[in-house]
Each structure stands twice: as structure tokens, then as C-alpha cells.
Design a protein around this ligand. Structure first.
Ligand SMILES: *Cc1c(COP(=O)(O)O)cnc(C)c1O
Length: 373
């Protein structure tokens, strides 16, 4: 056992795995990692109790967690997570894109779920510690990366439901990933979901909270039954204002060339405030594309697509970066966006974002954080 970096007065204990995969085994896995299927040799864990605060920070072998069956998270779902990626830059160094923004959102999610704040330097320290030991798992090919999944669960044992837990466990795991939707930039067909809602005002929609996903699977299955790839969520009150697509935010492109402008649904408290969304709100105007946060209804969407005023629609998020939407289906029928192929603005913004993340474009915003080893 040796000691790692000190953060927030905490030192990460380093407990190396006796079962580390050999470089040959690792390279074989990295040939075709898929998404979220395989994990690196280690994970980071940090414990919390009301009396001690955060304590017992470690790097340890990746493996099962042992939980009492009465552990609070298994019954009352106090769980939050984040998703970000480590990219390999051309000079070999490892970098994350705006990890401070993930740390901040993690704490906003924690606050909503009555969970403790995790200091930013511990969140970043966990990433640094994991990358220092498992950095060779960051793949090198185009469009590949190491997906980082930090999460926090409540660990009090007992079925009393009146109070939030007094103890928590933070875990960081990492999974090498290829392109998210296999086959690169493949347009998706979406289903406008009028039967179920993802989030209502005052609810948990703006938190990256596991339960939001549990509540979405039925609608996602309905979308698939309808021959669609993804579900589009509408507002909970009128079921007509577009919110987001599955686990990604949406952008609408009106007009083309010099006259193109963008619209993205405004943050009403029911949408997840994506970091990719936020980055595009800043990048697009710099590329001469005015962008507005506002509202768009399903009727407006259909009419603008039919008249040709709406030229492109895409979804954005960390996992799949930017994914074009080609067809829209609902109880009222189906319509197409543009000619159904990825549009020029969609592809231009994707290139810009990917260039920043992979270090092939200059970072003028201070968004790239390098984790040198
Ligand atoms: C994570 C997530 C997003 C996208 O957020 P990014 O920070 O851009 O990855 C959008 N919607 C939902 C529901 C999400 O969980």
C-alpha cells in the first residue's frame, strides 16, 4: 500500500489490484470496447458520515460492493451520478472537458436529493487518482475515450423512511468506450412521448438522479415498439412543449447558411442542464450562429419541418456528443427533418466540440483540464 495525492486534507490510499490485466489483454479489450460494458482495473471510493464528513478515500481493485439488503439506496433510491470522459490528446496526455462543471452539477444533484456536498478538489482528485493508475485504459483511436462514471449512494442500514441517510459512499468507475451509437454519426428517429412524462416542476428532472432513468425505461420501450431509436420528452402540464431526448438535450436549426439560427429548450427546472448544451450556447455565437433559449411545441416542430423553415435538429450530450435527428414520429404520424441526412450545422458544431475535447483545436475557453501522469 502506498499513498497518493492529498485533497481536502484527505489522502487517497492506493491499493493496487492483484488481478490487473496484462497490456496484451487490455489492448485486446480496447479493440472493440463497446459502451459501458468493460471496466478498468481500479475504482475510487470515498465514504461519508455526518460525524466524520468525507473520509477513507481509496483507489482499490474494481469489484462488487457489499451492501446489507436493508441499505437505504436499495429501497429509497437516493443515488446521483455524473458522466464525463477522459480523452487522449495528440501529445499523449490525458484530458477531461470541463470536469469542474460536472463537479458543480454533482453537488446541485446532491443538494436536490438531500445528500452531502462533495468538495470539487475531491471530485477532481478522484479522477486524477484513477487516471494515474488506469490511464493506459484511455483508448487512442478516433472517437474513443474513457467514460468516467462518478456516483454517490446512501448507505444507512434500516427501513426508516423519515430522514435522509447519514452515511454515503462515493464511487468512481471508468469504462473504455467506442462510439456511443454504433456506426459514428448516424441520425436517429425519435418518438414524441405523450403517455409518460420525465419530470414536473419541483421534481427531480434537473438532477442527474438514477430514478429519472428508472422512470424513463417504459417510454423508451414504447419508442422502440414504434420503430424509433429514442424518446422525446414533453412538458408534464400540456404535453406539447419539447424538453429533451432520452439522456440528451435538443437543438433546432432554423434557416441555413448566413441566416441559420439555433434554438434550444430553455431550462425550466425540468430539463437536465447539459454541459454539452451549455458549451454549444457559448460556441455557436462564436461561429456566427445566433442561439436562443426558448420554447418549441410539437405543433411548431411539425409545421416548421414541413415548411422547410426548420432545417436541422440534433441532440447533444457527453456520451454521443452530437447526434442528428432525422425523423419524428407521434400518434399523429411521422415527419422528416430536412432530407434526413446529418446537416452541415450539426456536423460543423460536432467537429468543433470534438476538436476541443480531443485537443486538435485551440482551447480558448479554459475548458480542457489536463491530467498529466
Ligand atoms: C446527462 C444528461 C444530459 C446531457 O448532459 P451532458 O452534461 O451534456 O452530458 C441530458 N439529459 C439528461 C436527462 C441527462 O441525464
Amino acid at each position: 500500500m502506498s499513498n497518493g495525492t492529498t485533497t481536502s486534507g484527505l489522502t487517497f490510499d492506493i491499493r493496487l489490484s492483484p488481478r490487473r490485466r496484462t497490456p496484451q489483454e487490455r489492448e485486446a479489450i480496447l479493440e472493440n470496447p463497446g459502451f459501458g460494458r468493460v471496466f478498468t482495473d481500479h475504482m475510487v471510493t470515498i465514504r461519508y458520515s455526518t460525524e466524520k464528513g468525507w473520509y477513507d478515500a481509496r483507489l482499490e481493485p474494481y469489484g462488487p460492493l457489499s451492501l446489507d439488503p436493508a441499505t437505504s439506496v436499495l429501497h429509497y433510491a437516493q443515488e446521483i451520478f455524473e458522466g464525463l470522459k477522459a480523452y487522449r490528446h495528440p501529445d499523449g496526455t490525458l484530458a477531461c472537458f470541463r470536469p469542474e462543471a460536472n463537479a458543480a452539477r454533482f453537488n446541485r444533484s446532491a443538494a436536490r436529493m438531500a445528500m452531502p456536498d462533495l468538495p470539487e478538489d475531491l471530485f477532481l482528485g478522484a479522477i486524477e487518482t484513477l487516471l494515474a493508475h488506469d490511464g493506459d485504459w484511455v483508448p487512442t483511436r478516433a472517437d474513443t475515450s474513457l467514460y468516467l462514471r462518478p456516483f454517490m449512494i446512501s448507505t444507512d442500514v434500516g427501513l426508516g423512511v423519515n430522514n435522509p441517510s447519514g452515511t454515503y459512499l462515493f464511487v468512481l468507475i471508468a469504462s473504455p468506450s467506442g462510439a456511443y451509437f454504433s456506426g459514428g454519426v448516424k441520425p436517429v428517429t425519435v418518438w414524441l412521448c405523450e403517455d409518460y412524462t420525465r419530470a414536473a416542476r419541483g421534481g427531480t428532472g434537473a438532477a442527474k438522479f438514477g430514478g429519472n432513468y428508472a422512470a424513463s425505461f417504459l417510454a423508451q420501450s414504447q419508442a422502440v415498439e414504434q420503430g424509433c431509436d429514442q424518446v422525446v420528452w414533453l412538458d408534464a402540464v400540456e404535453h406539447r412543449w419539447v424538453e429533451e431526448m432520452g439522456g440528451m438535450n435538443l437543438f433546432f436549426v432554423f434557416g441555413s447558411g448566413e441566416n441559420a439560427r439555433l434554438l434550444t429548450p430553455e431550462l425550466t427546472g425540468t430539463l437536465l442542464p447539459g454541459i454539452t448544451r451549455d458549451s454549444l450556447l457559448k460556441l455557436a455565437p462564436e461561429l456566427g450562429l445566433p442561439v436562443e433559449e426558448g420554447r418549441i411545441s410539437t405543433d411548431q416542430w411539425r409545421e416548421a419541418a414541413t415548411s422547410g423553415e426548420l432545417t436541422e435538429v440534433f441532440a447533444c450530450g457527453t456520451a454521443a456528443v452530437i447526434t442528428p435527428v432525422s425523423h419524428v414520429k407521434s400518434g399523429e404520424g411521422q415527419f422528416r427533418i430536412g432530407d434526413g441526412t446529418p446537416g452541415p450545422i450539426t456536423m460543423r458544431l460536432r467537429e468543433e466540440l470534438v476538436g476541443l475535447q480531443y485537443g486538435t483545436r485551440p482551447d480558448n475557453h479554459g475548458w480542457v483540464r489536463r491530467f498529466d501522469r
